[in-house]
Ligand binder design. Structure first.
Ligand code: 2IT
Length: 448
C-alpha cells in the first residue's frame, strides 16, 4: 500500500531521526481513508513529496562568551512546505535540538498551520545552543550571529520565524535588530512574537494557552459539560501553561496541578490570581528546570521527580510541556485515574503507542496538539496581517478572531472525521482536515 511504502522509505532514509519518523507515522496512518478516495495522489507521489522538506538549511553559529572565548553551535531552518503560504514556525534554542526535532516540528506545523484557515506554510528552526546560565550579552551575541547566518533565507513573504523554547521576546528583539541592521529596511513582518513597540501583537503571548482553553470549551459543550468548577492538571509551567491558567480561571475552572522537570506541584486552591501567575512567569524566565520554589512560596505540596498522572482529583489533563512527555506507562496511569479529557497542547506530547492506547479508551476524549495549540501560530499570522497593513489591532479584536478560529478548527476537524465515517475522532479529523487542504494546493501547483 502506498502509505506503508512511504513510511518504509522514511524509516529507511531517516533511521537516525526517531521523532521525525514518529510524526510522519502518526499523520500518515490516520489519512488512510483519504488516500482510498484519491488514488491520483499516488501517481503524483504526493506523500513522498510531503514527507521531504522543500529545503533545509544547516549553518554554523559562532559566538563569544563574556570571557572572550569562542563557541560554535549548529543552527537549522527547515522550510518544510510552502504550498499554502510563506513558511511559518518557531525557532527553538535548546541543548537537545537536532535535525530530527526540527523536522518533526516542521512536519506537524504544515497541518497545524493549514487548520488555522490562514495562508501560512510549515517551517521550523533552531539551534543546539543552550541558553541556560548565559548572560544577557551572550544571548545577544548568539542571536546576532544566528541571524547573520539566517537572514538571507527568510522574509515576510518567504519564511517567518517566531519564538519557542529558549526564544522569547528578548531573543526575538535581538534577532529582529540584527535583521534590520543587515537589510537596512524596516520589514517587521519577518518575525512574529515581537515586542509591542515595533509591531508585535497584543494577545500573542497568551494566544496558545487561551486558544487551547477555547478549543477545550468546544469539546465540553458537545458533551453538555462546562468549564465551571473543573480541576485541570497541566504538565509544564512555561508560556503555554501560563496562558491556560489565566484563561481557565477566567472561565470558572482552576489549574490544581502543574509539573516541571524536577517534580510536580499540587495547589488545591488553584494556580490563579495575579501574584501566582506573575510568579509562574518569573520562574519560567529564571529557572526553567525547577518548579519546586512555587510550593515554598505558596505553601502547597511538591512531589519530587514525579508526574501527577494518576491523581484522582483531576477532571482534565492538559499536556503543555514538551514532546513525548507521556509514554504507555504514563498513559495507563492517566486512564486509571478516571480523567475524561486528555488535551494535548505541546507539540507531540504523546508517544504513538500511548496515543493509540488513550484513543482506544472509551471514557476519554483525546484532542490533538496540532489543533489545540494552533492559536499560537494563528495569532502569529494575525501579527503578520497587522504588520502588512501597518496597523495594530486591539486586544479584544485579536481575542475575538482567536476564539472564532479555535471554534472553527474544532468544527472542521469534527466534520472531516464524520465525512470519513470515523465518528467523533478529533485526532484523525485534524490530520485529515489539515492534510486535505495542503494536498489540494500541492496537486493544483504541479510536480515539484
Ligand atoms: O508550535 C507552534 O505552532 C508555535 N509555537 C507557534 C509558531 C509561530 O510561528 O508562532
Amino acid at each position: 500500500m502506498y502509505i506503508e511504502k512511504t513510511i518504509d522509505q522514511v524509516r529507511r532514509r531517516y533511521a537516525d531521526e526517531p521523532e521525525f519518523v514518529q510524526a510522519v507515522e502518526e499523520v500518515l496512518f490516520s489519512i488512510v481513508p483519504v488516500l482510498e478516495k484519491h488514488p491520483e495522489y499516488e501517481k503524483a507521489d504526493l506523500l513522498g513529496r510531503m514527507v521531504e522538506p522543500e529545503r533545509m538549511f544547516r549553518f554554523r553559529v559562532v559566538w563569544t562568551d563574556d570571557k572572550g572565548i569562542a563557541h560554535t553551535n549548529v543552527g537549522y531552518r527547515c522550510q518544510f512546505n510552502g504550498a499554502i503560504g510563506p513558511y511559518k514556525g518557531v525557532l527553538r534554542f535548546q541543548k537537545n535540538v537536532n535535525e530530527s526535532i526540527i523536522k518533526f516540528l516542521g512536519f506537524e506545523q504544515i497541518f497545524k498551520n493549514a487548520l488555522t484557515g490562514l495562508p501560512i506554510g510549515g517551517g521550523k528552526g533552531g539551534s543546539d545552543f543552550d541558553p541556560a546560565g548565559k548572560s544577557d550579552s551572550e544571548i545577544m551575541r548568539f542571536c546576532q550571529s544566528y541571524m547573520t547566518a539566517l537572514y538571507r533565507y527568510i522574509g515576510a513573504d518567504t519564511d517567518v520565524p517566531a519564538g519557542d523554547m529558549g526564544v522569547g521576546k528578548r531573543e526575538i528583539g535581538y534577532l529582529f535588530g540584527q535583521y534590520r541592521r543587515l537589510k537596512g529596511n524596516f520589514e517587521n513582518g519577518v518575525l512574529t512574537g515581537k515586542g509591542l513597540s515595533y509591531g508585535g501583537s497584543l494577545i500573542r503571548p497568551e494566544a496558545t494557552g487561551y486558544g487551547a482553553v477555547y478549543y477545550l470549551d468546544e469539546v465540553l459543550k458537545l458533551e453538555n459539560d462546562t468549564l465551571k468548577g473543573k480541576r485541570i492538571g497541566v504538565s509544564g509551567y512555561g508560556n503555554v501553561a501560563w496562558g491556560i491558567m489565566k484563561k481557565a480561571s477566567e472561565l470558572g475552572a482552576k489549574v490544581t496541578y502543574m509539573s516541571g522537570p524536577d517534580g510536580y506541584i499540587h495547589d488545591e486552591e488553584g494556580i490563579c490570581g495575579e501574584e501566582k501567575l506573575q510568579y509562574i512567569q518569573w520562574m519560567r524566565a529564571n529557572d526553567p528546570l525547577h518548579c519546586r520554589s512555587y510550593a515554598q512560596k505558596f505553601h502547597c505540596e511538591f512531589i519530587e521527580n514525579e508526574k501527577f498522572w494518576g491523581a484522582k482529583d483531576v477532571d482534565i489533563c492538559m499536556l503543555a510541556a514538551t514532546q513525548n512527555d507521556v509514554d504507555v506507562e504514563s498513559a495507563e496511569k492517566i486512564i486509571s485515574s478516571g480523567v475524561k479529557y486528555y488535551i494535548e497542547v505541546a507539540n507531540m506530547p504523546t508517544t504513538n503507542e500511548a496515543l493509540k492506547l488513550l484513543r482506544s479508551c472509551k471514557h476519554i476524549i483525546v484532542a490533538p496538539a496540532k489543533a489545540v495549540n494552533a492559536g499560537g501560530v494563528g495569532v502569529s499570522a494575525m501579527e503578520m496581517s497587522q504588520n502588512a497593513e501597518r496597523l495594530s489591532w486591539s486586544a479584544e479584536e485579536v481575542d475575538k478572531h482567536l476564539h472564532k478560529m479555535m471554534k472553527q478548527i474544532h468544527e472542521v476537524s469534527m466534520k472531516a472525521a464524520e465525512e470519513y465515517g470515523l465518528g467523533y475522532d478529533l485526532v484523525a479529523g485534524a490530520n485529515i482536515a489539515g492534510f486535505t487542504k495542503v494536498a489540494e494546493a500541492m496537486m493544483e501547483q504541479g510536480l515539484f
